[in-house]
Each structure stands twice: as structure tokens, then as C-alpha cells.
Ligand binder design. Structure first.
Ligand code: ARG
Length: 277
């Protein structure tokens, strides 16, 4: 018996399988044996590689991600992804990655996934894929304690600090005009808040969790927060390279698992107190 006969039998069985599957799912890749092109975008999702996956995070965003004295990257997001990875049977390591360029690093394949308090937006969905949401957030305004600002609209005549390229940047851009010189864009949110302390800006707009944490730990700064009902709810997601369906499925499976077994609630409570959801 020749190998050809065996191969032919296998090919027949395989093509039968492809036909059957094609009825229920759009399984790409079937009938493509003649093409030598590797991993075209319409092939079935590849398996998650059995190596340590690199997680990019902008670790200047306490309590979500920051670097401790030992240089370890810690925080709520980190605990969530560690638990997700354990549930999903994948190995991860965290690499501090500046916010500017973080999405590019994912797209280039320098990072396998991103966790960085990233708000899922329609615009970002065009260029990357997101897990199920794992956290709800909102923009929050920080001003000096004696500021007359009472709502978002009151920022119109002011100089406002934001972290460049964040959703805070986006909402302030809508109020003041994207190219307004009154918007001061910083590399990190702590830098924007430092500038508020120094008087270079009169307000900062950023994610509530980070603003609240910063104020609680910098009481000498003399800040207060102002919320505005007009800010939409934002949902954080874990990002993977567009089309990385295999990894995304693992992450979602892990997220479901840690919600179901109470791990998520424990992590939430350890960073934000009891109001876990
Ligand atoms: N949630 C906001 C956004 O997605 C800010 C995230 C900034 N995260 C960070 N680690 N610096 O735009």
C-alpha cells in the first residue's frame, strides 16, 4: 500500500469534514490546500501559542496598574489577568508599555494582549479585538478645592489637563474643540494631576478610579472631584490583536470562570472595597 492511497483517503475524509462543518460554521481554510499562502485572514483561528504571553500595560495608573518599589507590576488589572490566565491555562508576563504606542505594540505583535484600564470604544474596535467588559468606569473631573467648577460645562473657559489619547482626552476635545490650545495633553495621568497641583491647568479629566485614588493619597494637593451625569459609562476590556480569536476565546473563558467562582469579586474587594459587582 502506498502512502498516496492513504493520503488520498485522509484527504477525502478531511474534505468531507470540511463540507460538513461549512454547513454550520464559516470554517475558512477548507479547500485551500492548493494555496501556499500561510495564515491568510480567512483561515481558521490558530491555537494560542504555548509560550509565555506578553501583556502590555501602562503601569502609571494606580490602582489598576503600577510599579511597586521592587519594580513589580501590580494592581487590579494585573490580578484580574493573572487569575484569567490561570483559569484559561495560559502563561503571562507583564511588560510596562507607555500608553502612547501601546496599541501599536499590540498590532506589531510585540505584545500579545493589553490590560491597561482600556475603555472599549467603537473606534478602537476597528483596529483591535476586546474581551467581554471586566470593569465599569466614568470620567471624573479633578479641580482645586476652591474651584467654582460644578459641572463639565464649566470647564469651557479653562485650561484642562488630560492623558494624551485617552477617553478623557476625547470628551474634553468634544467640549473645547479637538485642536483647542486649552487642552494640555500629558503622557500619563499622574503628570496631568501634578500639573493641576502646580497650577498649570485648572482641571483634569480622567477615569474615576484613578482620580479618586490619587486624591485619597495626595490630600496635600488640595483637590476635589466633580462628577457630571453627562459622562457615559465606559467599560474596560482586555485587548488582543485584531483577529486573534483563539486567544480572545481563552480570555473570555477565563473571565467567565473567575466571575463564576468568586475570584473576581475577591480581587475587586481587595482593591476597591466591598461594593463588588
Ligand atoms: N480608560 C481610558 C482610556 O481607555 C484611560 C486608560 C489609560 N490607562 C492607562 N493605563 N494609562 O482611554
Amino acid at each position: 500500500m502506498s502512502g498516496i492511497a492513504i493520503n488520498r483517503r485522509f484527504a477525502l475524509a478531511a474534505s468531507g469534514l470540511c463540507t460538513a462543518l461549512a454547513l454550520t460554521v464559516a470554517l475558512a481554510g477548507c479547500g485551500k490546500q492548493e494555496s501556499a499562502t500561510p495564515a491568510a485572514s480567512n483561515t481558521a483561528p490558530a491555537a494560542v501559542p504555548a509560550r509565555v504571553l506578553v501583556v502590555g500595560t501602562d503601569a502609571a495608573y494606580t490602582p489598576f496598574e503600577s510599579q511597586n518599589d521592587k519594580g513589580d507590576i501590580v494592581g487590579f488589572d494585573i490580578d484580574v489577568v493573572k487569575a484569567v490566565a490561570q483559569k484559561a491555562g495560559i502563561e503571562v508576563k507583564f511588560v510596562n508599555t507607555p500608553w502612547e504606542g501601546i496599541f501599536n505594540a499590540l498590532d506589531q505583535g510585540d505584545r500579545d494582549l493589553l490590560v491597561s484600564a482600556i475603555t472599549i470604544t467603537d473606534e478602537r474596535r476597528q483596529t483591535m479585538d476586546f474581551s467581554q467588559p471586566y470593569f465599569d468606569a466614568k470620567q471624573l473631573i479633578a479641580v482645586k478645592s476652591d474651584s467654582p467648577v460644578a459641572r463639565f460645562d464649566d470647564l469651557k473657559p479653562l485650561k484642562v489637563g488630560v492623558q494624551n489619547g485617552t477617553t478623557g482626552d476625547e470628551v474634553v476635545g468634544k467640549l473645547l474643540g479637538k485642536s483647542s490650545t486649552a487642552i494640555k495633553r500629558f503622557e500619563s495621568t499622574p503628570l496631568a494631576l501634578k500639573e493641576l497641583e502646580a497650577g498649570g491647568v485648572q482641571a483634569v479629566v480622567a477615569d474615576n478610579g484613578v482620580v479618586v485614588h490619587y486624591l485619597a493619597n495626595n490630600t496635600a494637593g488640595g483637590f476635589k472631584t466633580v462628577s457630571d451625569a453627562g459622562f457615559p459609562v465606559e467599560k474596560y476590556g482586555i485587548a488582543v490583536k485584531k483577529g486573534n480569536a483563539a486567544l480572545l476565546a481563552k480570555i473570555n473563558q477565563g473571565l467567565e470562570g473567575i466571575r463564576a467562582d468568586g475570584t473576581y469579586a475577591k480581587i475587586f474587594a481587595s482593591h476597591f472595597g466591598a461594593e463588588a459587582k
